[in-house]
Design a protein around this ligand. Sequence first.
Ligand SMILES: [Zn+2]
Length: 157
Amino acid sequence: MTPTRTDADTPRTSASGHDLTPLTGDARERLAAALTPEERRVLLHQGTERPFCGGLLADKGPGAYHCRLCGLPLFRAAAKFESGTGWPSFYQPFDPEHVAVHRDASHGMVRDEVVCGRCGGHLGHVFEDGPRPTGLRYCMNSASLKFVAEGDARGQG
Ligand SMILES: [Zn+2]
């Protein structure tokens, strides 16, 4: 008996109208092949880039930050704030369903790891010392994100 595959045949759509159907292992590998070694290290192996080194720290103007692996929009530029940590920081996700949070007890700390709600790629961690209105600080790696300017259709879908 071969086990029934359930990961790819359960279509899901978020409240904001985006496809959340999990990627098959094959699709994930195809997308991962296009990543740089640093992006792979962060997204697929829970790496953390060095502070003040990422490409998305500075404000990029209106738009959204998408998952570098599967393209799902994760954070709006409007929710970005300067945290002073050296990593791009946001106070709320694009859609609550677009990110998932897991308890992470590695490195001798207990933290809340944030992963992409669709592909499971590692994004960063969330802390409870952010600004109003949420009080949350999503501390992200630039390597996990891709900025798409408002009105720019490339990179959508
Ligand atoms: Zn993703």
